[in-house]
Each structure stands twice: as C-alpha cells, then as structure tokens.
Design a protein around this ligand. Structure first.
Ligand code: PMP
Length: 432
C-alpha cells in the first residue's frame, strides 16, 4: 500500500491519541536511513526516539532475533524460564553501576520499568512517597504520568492521578534555576511536603530527555545520594533515554561516579525489540516475593536475544567511542550555527546526547516553539527526520544512531543548515 492509502486507514481506524501526525509510512530501514511506502528516503536523526543507538536493524541483532525465533518465541518466564532472561540479568548486573550486588527484573517498556522500580522501592522501604523533578518524564501509565514533571499533553485529559508523588526543581541555569536553588527546593519538598520518613524514593533522569537534554551536574547527583543515605530513601536513576551509550558511557550516571540503588532502562537496550529492565541492589529487588513483579510478556525470549546481541555489539564495535566522536562533531557544527544564526542558542551535549534551542531572542533566552516546529517540518520535507522536545517545545534534540555513516551525518546536518537559512530569510523578509 502507498502512503495515501495508509493515511486513509489511519484516519479511519487509529485512535487520534495514538495516531502519528506524520504522513509518510516507514517501509524499510537500515542504520540511519528509512524509506517510506512511496519509496522516498529519509535520514533518521530521531532513532525511533532514542531506541536505535546502534542503528536500524543492526545485522548482529537481526541474526540473534532470527535464531531465537527458530527456538522459542514465548513461554512466560514465570511458567517456564529460559536462558535469555537469566543471561540478560547476569549481564546487566555486571555492567550497571548500582551499589553492591545487583539483581534484575525485566519488563516491556520504559514506563513499566518505572512502575516496577517504584513498587520495589516501596516494598523495600515500607514507605510510600516518591519525589520527582520538574522537566522529568517517565511514561504514560498512571503512576508515571503522576511522576512526569512535563505534564502536557500526557496527563491533561485523564482524570485524577495517583497520589504520594511530589516534585522538586531540576537545575537548569539557562532557564534561571541554579544548582543551589534546585537543591534547596528538593530539601524544602522533603521538609514541607514529602517528609523523609514517608519517602521511599527520589527518581530522576541523569540527563533530562523529554524535558530538554539537560544533564544533572555530578555535584547535584552526589548531593541527592547523600540525602538518600541520610534518610533511608532509595535513589532511582531513569536511564531510559540516556542509557545504552547515548552519552559516551554505557549509562549517563557513570559520568558522575554516583551509585544509585535502582536503575531503569529500555529504548536502545534491544535495538527496537520491546524490553525494559529494573536493576537494583539485591536487598531491594528481593524485597517483594512470589510473582509480584513481571507479566505475561516481560523479558520475552526474542527481546532478550536482541539485548544480548546489543551488549555484544557494545563490546565489539567501539560504540562508546563512536558516541563521543559523534557528540564532538555535532557540538562543532552547533557552535557554527549558534554563531551564524540569531535563532540558535544554548547548544549542549553529553556525548551524542546533543541539543540546541531555537529562540526568538538570544539575550532573553526566549523560546520560539513555532520556529522550532517550522524547522522540523521543513527538514521532514527535505527528507530529514528531526525531533524537538523541552519544557518550552523549542529544543531540537539529536538521537540518530551513533553508528551513522559520516556522509549521511553531513548530509543531514547540511539539510538543517539549508532549512535554517531559508527560515532566517523568511524571518528577515517578514521583519523588513
Ligand atoms: N523514561 C524516560 C527518561 C523516557 O525518555 C521515556 C520515553 N520517552 C520513558 C521513561 C517511557 O518509556 P516508554 O515510552 O517505553 O514507556
């Protein structure tokens, strides 16, 4: 079927809250390129929203998935366990910087991992409250919607949210929240709202994803670690977007040297197969027993095979070095745009977790969400998939495969530059 026919089906049958506004349907993909149902080619700077750090259909992952399909597709691991699950658990226990000996449970999505992280934190502490951060994003289930610090459009229409969730400021000096202020805010939340003796966990992303690609300073993470230790609160680090090599380390928290009690991960864990994980200290992970964690499909054999292949690719193909090198290239190009274009500001990156802001006025840091949307639209028309994010909708974020070929990277960046020139031309024509 072609794009037009598929769009008709979409209009008629797909719930509008689930339907993509995009009109080109993916038909085939390889590394950093996608071809649509009409045969048009796109360069993919979105990576399926951070899922494809090692590229679309990495050959070693495809091979491992095909081999698994020929053995066992499903048994439900609580009914009859299988090798893939325990091997993924072993590997993740070894490669995550969780304190002490880590144990693992697998789930299907990022949100589900967060749900389970809160469950084990409550079981282990016997406490109820959870503190999250402004700008944080954790998913679209009810608990994770309550935890999101970036509310619209995720929970606006869906009635009341679960309670016992409190919020603290996340340090973003560019938008006027210094690290000191954020820390004071957290202490205030603990003192006046959450109460340390009722608080099970403090949950944060080491780099805000949907909230705008802002890393938490290492000293902020260390201060949270100390607060947690002082009050018997568990530190949960959400690596769903920042994990699996995006930032130049396997996990972003490694940049700080802080050891969390619990980590959540998903997205690039299996190169597109659905799977997620909660990795935590054995005491925490063993606090609830007997089938309390999991579900019919959690840690499917096929997704586990993909995860093991992904981890092998990390060992064999210098993915972390590639991530750092890609980040350096992006940073260099962003610096020229920030210099040459009045609307580009606040370029930042941690490895290949890179972004810049689109602004109406650099000195005021005033967001221009309209121009951001126009840039993404124009890029898509020219065959580049570009993603925005951020509390103000004016951040362009980069989540292309870190395995992207140099020529394709340059081609994509050149498309952005052309779009910026055209939009800047339109802007000055409009103001002339
Ligand atoms: N946590 C973070 C940091 C995320 O970026 C996301 C997804 N954008 C989620 C959780 C939710 O993951 P999923 O969409 O797989 O439920």
């Amino acid at each position: 079927m072609n794009n037009a026919q598929l769009n008709e089906l979409k209009q008629r049958y797909v719930a509008s809250g689930a339907a993509s506004p995009a009109t080109a349907f993916a038909d085939r993909a390889e590394n950093a390129e996608i071809w649509d149902a009409d045969g048009n080619r796109f360069i993919d700077f979105a990576g399926g929203i951070g899922v494809l750090n090692i590229g679309h259909r990495h050959p070693k992952v495809v091979e491992a998935v095909k081999a698994q399909l020929d053995r066992v597709m499903h048994t439900c691991q609580t009914v009859m366990p299988y090798e893939g699950y325990v091997k993924v658990a072993e590997k993740l226990s070894q490669v995550t910087p969780v304190r002490g000996h880590a144990k693992v449970m697998l789930a299907n999505s990022g949100a589900e991992a967060l749900e389970n992280a809160v469950k084990v934190a409550r079981a282990a502490t016997g406490k109820n409250n959870v503190i999250c951060f402004d700008g944080g994003y954790h998913g679209r289930t009810f608990m994770t919607m309550a935890m999101n610090g970036k509310v619209a459009p995720y929970s606006t229409d869906f009635g009341s949210m679960p309670g016992n969730v409190f919020r603290a400021p996340f340090p973003v000096p560019y938008h006027g929240v210094s690290e000191d202020e954020a820390l004071r805010g957290l202490k205030m939340t603990l003192k006046t709202d959450a109460n340390p003796k009722d608080t099970a966990a403090i949950v944060l992303e080491p780099v805000l994803g949907e909230g705008g690609f802002y890393p938490a300073p290492p000293s902020f993470l260390k201060a949270i670690r100390e607060i947690c230790d002082e009050h018997g609160i568990l530190m949960i680090i959400d690596e769903v977007q920042s994990g699996f090599g995006r930032t130049g380390k396997l996990f972003a928290i490694e940049h700080s040297g802080v050891e969390p009690d619990i980590m959540t991960m998903a997205k690039s864990m299996a190169d597109g197969m659905p799977i997620s994980a909660v990795v935590g200290t054995d005491k925490v992970m063993d606090a609830s027993g007997g089938n309390s964690l999991g579900g019919t499909y959690t840690g499917s054999p096929v997704s586990c095979a993909a995860t093991l292949a992904v981890l092998e690719v990390f060992e064999q193909e210098n993915i972390l070095e590639k991530s750092q090198a890609l980040g350096d290239k992006l940073a260099a190009r962003f610096a020229t745009w920030q210099r040459d274009f009045a609307c580009i500001d606040n370029a930042r990156n941690m490895g290949a977790m890179a972004a810049f802001d689109v602004v109406a006025d650099k000195s005021a840091h005033s967001p221009d969400a309209e121009l951001t949307a126009a840039l993404c639209k124009k890029a898509r028309e020219k065959g580049l998939i570009l993603l925005s994010c951020g509390m103000y909708g004016n951040t362009i974020r980069f989540l292309m495969p870190v395995t992207i070929e140099d020529a394709i990277l340059e081609e994509g960046l050149d498309i952005i530059e052309t779009c910026l020139k055209e939009l800047a031309g339109q802007q000055s024509a409009a103001t002339a």
